[in-house]
Design a protein. Sequence first.
Length: 407
Amino acid sequence: MTSKLLFGTSSNDAKANLTKKNSLKLLIIEELYRYGSRSIPELSKIIHMSTPTITRAIDELITDELIVEEGIGSSSGGRRPNLYGINPSSRYVLGIDICRYSVRYGLFNFHNEPAAEIRVLNEGLETTGDIIGVIKTAVDKYIEESYFDENKLMGIGIALPGLIDINTGISYSYLQEDKPLSSLFEDRFHHPVFVEHDTKAMALGEQAFGLAMGKQNVLCLNIGSGIGLGMILNGKLYHGNSGFSGEFGHIQVDPDGQLCYCGKIGCLETLASGTTMIKTARKEIESGATTQISLLVNNDLSKITSEIILQAAQRGDQFAISLLSTIGEHLGRGIAMLIHLFNPELIIIGGELTKAENYLIDPIQQNLNKFTIAKIRRDAQIITSSLGNNAGLLGTVALVMNKVFVK
């Protein structure tokens, strides 16, 4: 699979993709992709192959336009060597982050940079019956407008919420068919597709490109319409036995609480999710609460979103600030459990409510001080994601690249 993703699958080169030569090329590309430009002598030492062998592979990769010369390196006594690096326009990844009410998608080059504007589709799993068809139509138009050569597409990474069986690839929450999710999408897109749970994709994004880079034990919280948990334990993404780990939003915190959409009573999501915050805002405004939120939506309460509530809070609206603070308090109680269980070095708050950092972190910290053993609490730094809403999308890029370079 790795060679096919990178070098293509035409009948003429199908057998060649399995040769030792392409295995060497893959090693060279992985080194340049992960660690930046290198000289032939450096690659020879790292890969443990002779200089002439590396030189021949480099020449072929340049001919294939997969790598380019990037200048001159430092001398170690003789002539200064040429440096080689990845050609960013040689290959691309399409990332798609599917949520309940929206979809984010973007095209990324071989340097993990956006090759076109990241777009948001205001349709989601809860709003349309044929979300795959809707996405396909939008993506086809996006690719056409980006003047992109689809032959350079290595694969498509997709992030999706819900219960996804890592062994079968079947979803038990959305797009429920007796068929792996990757196959459902490949039938429409005709490119290799790799699917990951949305919060686990976020954790992959943080590990590859964000604040979890180089860290060993990190918890990534995805706070949006629901609450998800991605865990990097001992440097690796943790899935659990079937891939169902991280359903943090569905631990019971209020036995006498509200009915959750999962069918259980008093889940954390019924107290601390964006969906709950929006429902609370609508209910209290209908009961007479005075707030700028009403003005921001022209008294159309159906238009209230987490973003609208944050805008009101940033204008000093005490009602909106109180809504966000309440979310933070409940999250703090839940995170205290996680700290006691996992003893993480870092907790990253991501998702739709990332921008509410100033209104969430303080109440989270206050409740952690109340409910966490001080020594364990001091080990865990809590920060908001530097990748913002793009963490999951970048995670889909990391997902595909991990498949390209799988050992």
